[in-house]
Design a binder for this molecule. Structure first.
Ligand code: SF4
Ligand code: SF4
Length: 486
């Protein structure tokens, strides 16, 4: 126990040289600084390149879908509506009820395995290209740049004392952020409550308490997350960032720096010959720091794979641009695998990936089969708990039930009801009902029969509900119930 752990002191000049474009905005005392390093504001520099174009295109499609989907209608109703108070989800022709838990379970399992598969294959591409946090952060940065200028101008603007120009620029940025946040929140809440009514109510300041509260709450979340929290969400709060590394292996494609090719890094003349560079021990990295300046999480990818990296590829574009200008081949930073970096080849078909793919295919098949075999109707039977049975004036034995007829489609349908299991019986109540799309009808009925037909105290009976589908085919379901006597 008395043996000391040897300490190796690293000389200053050997420490990695990184100068991220960060500006400290808040002082703290030394003790605080040791345990809770001060968050430096990141002034993300804009980048141009193929990956940036791809992300913008993807982001645009994603935003357009997010904004348009809740406005679609099907059979006169909102096509996609997660109606939580009514406990039903409308998905075009389909309405999911709490009874359809298996479909929801399949959807969640398929989504989870799709994420595992994509992460094992291509790392955190979800974070860099599809995550709403990244999409909204880039949208907020776009407006920041529109009103305050590029990264250098924004740094200078923040260091300057308040004047009219600064006030106007900051105000315009804040107004644009608040408007985007409100529109985002209204659209998001519109997935859970009819969106047309919601937009009219919000714009005329006539919302219910919960609708108004939800819009303001989600607007505040959007503004806070995309405007101020930004990389903090990805680094410290997102659970996916924590467990995604468990899915990585040496063949996962991820953004990486080729240190063999890039080191030693350092500035040089564009005209320097290979011999001159070799004599100075210089690799292809000119240490321009652009890859750090464009990084939305403020890291230096040259320090190796880091959990803060969201695989957005901005540093790839930045470095490719530099390599092009220097006349070097692109790909010093690229989407590659550990095996490839070590000089080997990436193994695409590997047991883990195949395993995820197989489970994904099976679960997707089960989900499709479940959807295909889904009937657009359902029946729940509730017995009258106040009396097990009663005798009518005619001397018949009567049992009372409430039938819950569910129309799981989006169309109004007519249903026929019948019963089997009794030799003869009298149905007291409606036997043909019409139920609106996505609605449930509570129908109280009584079944009466002669006591001579009842050999047991409990007779098993079956209620049947039937309708015709869009092609005119008969669809029916049968539910068991008990007829009680004595
Ligand atoms: S290191 Fe590169 S890929 Fe990773 S977050 Fe930063 S810019 Fe994006
Ligand atoms: S952008 Fe490329 S060349 Fe410039 S510092 Fe980064 S890795 Fe080196």
């Amino acid at each position: 126990m008395s043996e000391q752990i040897p300490i190796k002191v690293i000389p200053e000049e050997k420490k990695p040289k990184t100068v991220p474009k960060k500006v400290t905005v808040k002082p703290a005392d030394d003790a605080d600084q040791q345990h809770y390093p001060i968050r430096s504001r990141i002034y993300v520099r804009a980048v141009k390149g193929a990956i940036e174009n791809f992300r913008r295109f993807f982001g645009f499609i994603f935003l357009a879908l997010f904004a348009v989907i809740p406005w679609l209608t099907y059979e006169g109703q909102q096509a996609i509506l997660f109606d939580i108070p009514e406990q039903r989800f409308n998905l075009f022709a389909i309405t999911l009820w709490p009874q359809d838990l298996t479909v929801l379970a399949y959807i969640f399992i398929v989504a989870a395995f799709a994420l595992f598969f994509v992460t094992t294959f291509a790392g955190r591409v979800w974070c860099g290209f599809m995550c709403p946090q990244t999409t909204w952060v880039y949208m907020f940065i776009y407006f920041e740049e529109l009103f305050e200028g590029n990264a250098n101008k924004r740094i200078k603007l923040d260091q300057r004392k308040m004047d009219t120009d600064k006030f106007l620029r900051k105000s315009a940025k804040q107004i644009s952020w608040i408007l985007i946040s409100l529109l985002t929140a209204m659209t998001f809440v519109g997935y859970f409550t009819p969106i047309r009514e919601l937009f009219i109510a919000v714009t005329t300041l006539d919302t219910s308490f919960w609708a108004g509260f939800s819009v303001l709450f989600f607007a505040a979340c959007t503004y806070g997350n995309a405007g101020w929290m930004r990389e903090i969400m990805c680094i410290h709060m997102c659970p996916y960032a924590r467990f995604q590394s468990a899915m990585f292996d040496k063949d996962t494609f991820t953004v990486a720096y080729d240190s063999t090719r890039g080191e030693g890094r350092g500035p040089r003349s564009r005209k320097a010959t290979t011999e001159q560079l070799q004599a100075k021990g210089l690799g292809d990295c000119i240490d321009c720091n652009l890859c750090v300046q464009v990084c939305p999480t403020g890291i230096d990818i040259r320090n190796g794979l880091q959990y803060e990296c969201i695989n957005c590829g901005a540093c790839v574009d930045a470095c490719n641009g530099v390599m092009e200008k220097m006349g070097y081949s692109k790909g010093l930073i690229s989407f590659t695998s550990e095996h490839e970096l070590a000089g080997g080849t990436t193994k695409i078909f590997r047991p883990k990936l195949i395993g995820y793919a197989v489970v994904l295919l099976i679960m997707s098949g089960l989900l499709v089969a479940d959807f295909m075999n889904r009937k657009p109707l359902d029946l729940d039977i509730i017995r009258d708990r106040n009396s097990l049975y009663r005798e009518t004036n005619e001397g018949l034995i009567e049992n009372v039930f409430t039938l819950k007829v569910l129309n799981k489609s989006q169309k109004t349908r007519t249903f026929n009801l019948s019963i089997s299991g009794l030799t003869s019986h009298e149905w007291i109540g409606e036997q043909r009902v019409t139920v609106g799309g996505g609605e449930v009808l509570n129908l109280p009925i009584s079944i009466a029969t002669d006591a001579y037909n009842l050999e047991e105290r409990v007779t098993k009976i079956y209620f049947t509900v039937s309708t015709t589908d869009n092609d005119g085919e008969l669809i029916s379901i049968e539910e068991p119930a008990k007829f009680l006597y004595r």
